[in-house]
Design a protein around this ligand. Structure first.
Ligand SMILES: *[C@@H]1O[C@H](CO)[C@@H](O)[C@H](O)[C@H]1NC(C)=O
Ligand SMILES: *[C@@H]1O[C@H](CO)[C@@H](O)[C@H](O)[C@H]1NC(C)=O
Ligand SMILES: *[C@@H]1O[C@H](CO)[C@@H](O)[C@H](O)[C@H]1NC(C)=O
Length: 141
């Protein structure tokens, strides 16, 4: 399966019309506390880009940040990508502050209907896991 993966970071916490996951699990570290996770648009559709954004407080500066996105369906990994955030934002180290981490992805045309497990993560220069969040998204027939 082919998938597109883009990642970027903004420091401004903005509030577009997004769906907020009530149900997420925080598999990250003390260095980051999640305030919310949003999905835009509300409904994920095949071949259309969707964004998942993790909002929260970064409690210590982080350098050489690698962002990861893993999407699983029925225990099979469909997307597993890593991206060098510092090369993209060019403002590293990222200072301790409230940040949003938006990640875009696309599910291909032949994606089966059902529930997908999504893991968003970020590591620092010491390869320590800073951010990690697990959410589920549903894809209709
Ligand atoms: C996803 O994020 C990108 C980059 O900011 C933006 O251009 C696009 O409109 C967003 N899509 C949705 C559905 O929010
Ligand atoms: C999930 O995986 C199991 C074991 O590989 C397989 O038997 C089953 O058909 C799969 N279900 C779906 C919905 O793809
Ligand atoms: C981060 O957000 C929290 C809650 O919204 C707020 O209390 C805090 O002052 C913010 N911190 C910074 C550094 O902006």
């Amino acid at each position: 399966m082919k998938a597109i993966f883009v990642v970027f970071l903004c420091f401004a916490v903005f509030a577009p019309a997004v769906f907020s996951f009530n149900d997420y699990s925080d598999c990250g570290s003390q260095a980051f506390s999640i305030s919310s996770i949003g999905l835009s648009p509300e409904k994920v559709v095949r071949e259309k880009q969707f964004n998942i954004t993790v909002f929260g407080a970064l409690k210590k500066d982080a350098d050489k940040v690698q962002v990861g996105l893993e999407i699983k369906f029925n225990d099979t990994v469909l997307i597993d990508k890593k991206s060098d955030l510092c090369k993209l934002v060019k403002t590293c180290p990222i200072k301790a502050s409230n940040i949003s981490l938006p990640i875009s992805a696309v599910l291909p045309k032949n994606s089966p209907a059902g529930q997908y497990q999504v893991r968003i993560s970020a590591t620092n220069d010491k390869n320590e896991k800073i951010i990690c969040a697990l959410v589920k998204i549903n894809l209709d027939k």
